[in-house]
Write a protein that binds this ligand. Structure first.
Ligand code: ATP
Length: 286
């Protein structure tokens, strides 16, 4: 009798889509990143938290193929990799949505959705852009992500910042990204719009993508995150799974914990003087 077949997830260990293992990056003699490790799994959101200058942009640039790491290993689906350029990253299924989205504001939403990858119809001298297909696909793809835009013909510049982020996320999902890197997608948004964007970040995760969410906001990270890496001056100051950290702890670590306590001592008000310039202060008994 043959032994029963092991379930698929026992046969193959749950391999990360992207893994950084003790990655470092130097700009001349500036250490922008030192020994940073990060795992990105399908159907999960890995958050990278850090203040200004923590190394978040440098990390994105390595994953997006803009910069090469100087030490450590960068694995894509278990294979050690050095990406040649952003096109290479895209070809390997890594899509990056930057805060200042590369859109053409006066062009309609559907035109921006397909920018650079426009489908055509007809052949030879009759070849032309398949506008109908682009319009319909944009509408249906946005709807599939739960984004109900009134009109895909409106110029993308008329959408709110949050809506534009959502279109960019839907676009990456449609064009087959396996890994979606989001550069502070909620940084310039108000509370309500941030919530909407986070909903679509979760929708990308539910579509099976591995998401890297860069943010300086622990509340936003904790709403959706499965893993959390904290960066401080280029080094990792914490690495947690959701089960191993609470929002309070994440916020405390992000805020600098003991540094914050020290600051609050420094800012504590000294007792108000009872005399000013040799004269009693009205209302202050001497
Ligand atoms: P911010 O949120 O302010 O953009 P960040 O977390 O994205 O910050 P990085 O931009 O990755 O941080 O910068 C990390 C460190 O590397 C900083 O000290 C920065 O000055 C330095 N750095 C970044 N890019 C370069 C570069 N091209 N040349 C020299 N130093 C750089």
């Amino acid at each position: 009798m043959t032994a029963p077949k092991a379930p698929a997830d026992q046969e193959a260990p749950h391999r990360a889509l992207v893994e950084l293992d003790h990655v470092s990056k130097y700009y001349g003699n500036i250490k922008a990143l030192t020994d940073v490790s990060l795992e990105v799994h399908a159907g999960e959101i890995s958050c990278v938290l850090g203040d200004n200058g923590a190394g978040k942009s440098t990390l994105i640039k390595i994953i997006a193929g803009l910069h090469r790491h100087d030490a450590g290993t960068f694995l894509i689906e278990g294979e050690e990799t050095t990406l040649a350029n952003p096109r290479d990253a895209l070809d390997r299924g890594i899509a990056t949505v930057y805060q200042d989205l590369a859109v053409v504001p006066l062009m309609p939403v559907w035109r921006n959705f397909f920018l650079g990858s426009e489908p055509t119809t007809g052949s030879g001298p009759f070849k032309r852009l398949d506008v109908r297909l682009m319009r319909e696909t944009t509408r249906s793809e946005l709807l599939r992500m739960g984004i109900d835009l009134r009109d895909v013909d409106q110029p993308i510049g008329t959408l709110s910042g949050g809506e534009r982020q959502c279109v960019a996320i839907a676009r990456a999902v449609y064009f087959g990204a396996k890994v979606l890197v989001l550069d502070e997608p909620t940084a310039a948004l108000g509370v309500k719009q941030s919530g909407v964007v986070l909903k679509y970040v979760a929708a990308a995760r539910d579509a099976g993508l591995g998401v890297v969410l860069i943010t300086h906001n622990p509340h936003h990270a904790y709403l959706v995150g499965d893993r959390f890496v904290l960066l401080k001056r280029g080094a990792m100051s914490g690495s947690h799974t959701r089960a191993s950290v609470t929002l309070d702890e994440l916020t405390r670590q992000m805020a600098g914990g003991s540094e914050l306590e020290e600051l609050s001592h420094e800012l504590e008000r000294a007792p108000a003087p009872t005399r000013l310039g040799g004269h009693p202060v009205p209302g202050k008994p001497e």
